[in-house]
Write a protein that binds this ligand. Structure first.
Ligand code: NDP
Length: 283
């Protein structure tokens, strides 16, 4: 598996497996087990997904050595403070049934995430997590967090797909030593992604599917990708996307699909801040 080296030297697989919107425990456990069997070595969950127990069961039951699997989970807004983050980390680790985590992310740029970051810096220093980072941070908040804290986030997990490519932001993150990770690599199928003529044409030239072209386009740009599927044939198909290269012309034609805006919602909107801040995952 190709890896990227994070700013603290930790190696992270460039392709992984996401489990957002897989609430059914049996389906989640089965999907993660299938992914690990197919060769994935990175699993991305979150406390807010409600499936950390199922992910942990699959990882622990897979027969793959713990040190060979890169496990990510995320801190929800409700727990974004110094005291609550420490407790939330313990809860996530207990649900996963693991004794350390590979990557812990602040899920959203809301709440007292400076306090949360200080708690995460401590967890990092204690060796309970190998890397810490953020998610859904736009440039202003990312740079501010970097400038006013000790540890530079290792990763920023943000929406990246052919219709929202974020090349400029990737360059800024690279300058700051922050690895970009794509969520929603297929834009969850929006804009007719899976039948898009440009992507399908490129796929035909390589004997690859649209999904494989999109994943190769991301990883070839140095973007970590974590596609989600609950179907074994798609889990395998998505993993089988690292054995070919897109030409410069193909990369350039995909670059033209960029719409420059989210297909979901903008984290800088007041309404988004209010909605996500009101969402609670525990009492
Ligand atoms: P994706 O862009 O990965 O799309 C998933 C959808 O595509 C599902 O409907 C899946 O259906 C379908 N699909 C998967 N593979 C194929 C294929 N080869 N051919 C056709 N259809 C396919 O969406 P996600 O939102 O799940 O993003 C991926 C991961 O990113 C998440 O699981 C999560 O880990 C993370 N994420 C993080 C967020 C954050 O705020 N930090 C926000 C959103 C996601 P099916 O399952 O039926 O195959």
């Amino acid at each position: 598996m190709d890896t990227v080296r994070l700013n603290n030297g930790v190696e992270m697989p460039i392709l992984g497996f996401g489990v957002f919107q897989v609430p059914d425990p049996a389906e989640c456990e089965r999907s993660v087990a299938t992914a690990l069997e197919a060769g994935y070595r990175l699993v991305d969950t979150a406390s807010a997904y409600g499936n950390e127990e199922a992910v942990g069961r699959a990882v622990r039951g897979s027969g793959v050595p713990r040190e060979d699997v890169f496990v990510t989970t995320k801190l929800w807004v409700q727990d974004a403070s110094e005291a609550a983050a420490a407790t939330a980390f313990d809860t996530s680790l207990a649900k996963l049934g693991l004794d350390y985590l590979d990557l812990y992310l602040i899920h959203q740029p809301f709440g007292d995430y400076y306090g949360a970051w200080r708690a995460m810096e401590k967890l990092l220093a204690q060796g309970r997590v190998r890397a810490i980072g953020v998610s859904n941070f736009y440039g202003d908040r990312l740079v501010d967090l970097i400038l006013h804290n000790e540890v530079v986030p290792a990763v920023n997990q943000v929406e990246v797909h052919p219709f929202f490519q974020r090349a400029d932001y990737q360059a800024l993150m690279q300058d700051r030593g922050v690895q970009i990770e794509s969520w929603g690599p297929f834009a969850e199928g929006r804009n007719g992604l899976f039948t898009h003529p440009v992507l399908a044409g490129i796929g035909a030239a390589h004997g690859k599917s649209v999904a494989q072209v999109v994943l190769r386009w991301l990883t070839q740009r140095g973007v970590v990708a974590i596609p989600k599927s609950v179907r074994p044939e798609r889990i395998a198909e998505n993993f089988d996307s690292l054995d070919f290269l897109l030409t410069d012309e193909e990369m350039a034609s995909i670059a033209e699909l960029d719409g420059g805006a989210s297909l979901f919602f903008d984290h800088r909107d007041a309404a988004s801040a209010a909605r996500l801040s009101a969402s609670r995952i525990h009492n």
